[in-house]
Every structure is written in structure tokens, then in C-alpha cells.
Design a protein around this ligand. Structure first.
Ligand SMILES: [Zn+2]
Length: 276
């Protein structure tokens, strides 16, 4: 077994590589079993992984809103839908946390059967595990769900990354946690930047470009946050042909996704786990 190359987490600073490499775009497809948008290459390559992003009509009752903390959400109804999600995914527990646009990533070592849906842990924006039967879940509605697979160690991670989390290095932190907990090597990892607001729809102020270490425009300008995150993954050692970007946009493609910028209060869930 090869030793993990040390990966140093640099904390809350802009460190997007200046050199950019083209990333592959893939169209997530609706998976069989549970209707969610799934990275199609991973279905074939990693049959031991369950991964996807829920949609407006993923459950029997639409909208399939899984938001527990958003304004206007109904936590009791949402918890029923979380239970449906766990049962349909045949998982022992679905782990989730209130998200705070930070860089904290929690590693989960228990696969005890859930006593609540979802199994809530203290606030954080990323999760990692190598425990079969544990599903990691982040809620999104424009922000980027980042999915990470380590085929060598059979470990996975899910990250919620808006521009603040990206600027704080939440993706790099997830890679660091996988290296320290599972001996994951960055060059063995696969990263998918899931359904999120696209580089044409996401207009932000100059301060966002600055925070992300990008050339700063004079006026509000669209930014491709998934490309920024993908470049960071490559900069951290993930092979660029192992980084994919979803073709789905929460705003401009008809994908049945909630969009905060489009006025939706609801949230979809990006999930990943090792099959039980
Ligand atoms: Zn778009």
C-alpha cells in the first residue's frame, strides 16, 4: 500500500491556481432506483458508490423540499422526505448538518442505524466517510455540491461550496481530511462538481472575484464557481481528467432543480455514500 502524499490545508486564503486546465462537462442522468441526477461515468466505474442530486419531483410529494434551515421550510415535512430518501437509498443513516459557508469537514466513522432523519451533526459544510451504509448529504439551491470518490480506499466525501466556502478552502479541507483519515492520495481521487448555478447565470460583485483569487473586474460579472473549484482540485493534485463538471444549471437548464436566485425557498440534496 502506498503512503499518502501529505496534503497541507492552507486555511482561509485565496489560492486558486493561475494556470487553468479545461475540465470535462458531463450531463448527469436520472439514476435507476431513486430519481436523482447522477454522474453517469461513476455509475459504470464505481458501482459501489451511490451518488446523486435530488430534484423537484424526486419523491411522491412534490416539491421534494429537503430544506431544514431555510426560511419558509417546513422541518417536519422535510424530515419525512429525508426518511424517504434514506429508505430509497437503502442506507443505514443519512448524515447532514446546518451549513455555514465555512471550511469545516467532518469525518464519520459510525454506521449505526439512524434514530432520526437526517442524522444531524454540528454545523459544517463537508462530510467524509468510508463506512458502507452511510450517506453524506449537503443541501443546495445554486451553491455547488462537490462529490469526491477515492476508489483505492473506497472512501467518499460531499461538500457544500458557495463562493465563501470556496474562498475559505472547503474543498482543499475535504481533500486534507480524506488524506489524514483514509490515506487518500489526491492523484487517485475523482471529483464531480454537481448541478449548480452556471458560469453564465452567476453574476457577482468584484469582491467575490477578489476573495477567490481571480482577476477582479470593475463591475458585477458572471463567475464560473465550478470551474474555480475544479481548478483548485487540480491544483491540489487531482488529475484534471478525473474532475468533471455537471452540465445542469439550477437557473438556465430545465432540470427540475431549486434555485435560490430564482426565488425558490426549497432545497435539493447532493448525496454520496458507499453502498451497504
Ligand atoms: Zn445557467
Amino acid at each position: 500500500m502506498e503512503a499518502a502524499r501529505p496534503f497541507i490545508y492552507v486555511g482561509c486564503m485565496a489560492n486558486t491556481p493561475s494556470r487553468t486546465t479545461p475540465l470535462s462537462t458531463v450531463r448527469d442522468v436520472i439514476g435507476s432506483g431513486f430519481p436523482a441526477l447522477t454522474q453517469p461515468d461513476w455509475v459504470r466505474a464505481f458501482p459501489w458508490v451511490v451518488q446523486g442530486t435530488t430534484m423537484h419531483d424526486s419523491g411522491d410529494e412534490a416539491p421534494f423540499d429537503l430544506g431544514l434551515f431555510a426560511a419558509g421550510s417546513d422541518p417536519e415535512a422535510a424530515r419525512r422526505r429525508w426518511r424517504i430518501l434514506r429508505e430509497r437509498l437503502e442506507a443505514d443513516r443519512v448524515v447532514h448538518a446546518q451549513q455555514v459557508h465555512g471550511a469545516h469537514v467532518r469525518v464519520h466513522h459510525s454506521n449505526r442505524t439512524a434514530v432520526e432523519d437526517p442524522h444531524l451533526v454540528d454545523p459544517c459544510d463537508g462530510h467524509a466517510t468510508d463506512m458502507p451504509g452511510v450517506i453524506l448529504a449537503v443541501t443546495i439551491a445554486d451553491c455547488v455540491p462537490v462529490f469526491i470518490v477515492d476508489p483505492e480506499r473506497r472512501a467518499v466525501a460531499a461538500v457544500h461550496a458557495g463562493w465563501r466556502g470556496a474562498a475559505c478552502g472547503v474543498l482543499e479541507r475535504a481533500l486534507h481530511e480524506m488524506a489524514s483519515s483514509f490515506a487518500s492520495r489526491p492523484e487517485a481521487l475523482h471529483v464531480h462538481l454537481g448541478p449548480a448555478i452556471c458560469g453564465m447565470c452567476y453574476e457577482v460583485g468584484p469582491e467575490v472575484f477578489k476573495a477567490l483569487g481571480q482577476p477582479v473586474p470593475k463591475r458585477p460579472t458572471p463567475i464560473d464557481l465550478r470551474n474555480v473549484l475544479g481548478q483548485r482540485a487540480v491544483g491540489a493534485g487531482v488529475p484534471n481528467d478525473a474532475v468533471t463538471v455537471s452540465a445542469h444549471c439550477t437557473v438556465c437548464t430545465a432540470s427540475g432543480l431549486f434555485s435560490h436566485r430564482s426565488g425558490h425557498d426549497e432545497r435539493q440534496v447532493g448525496f454520496i455514500g458507499v453502498r451497504a
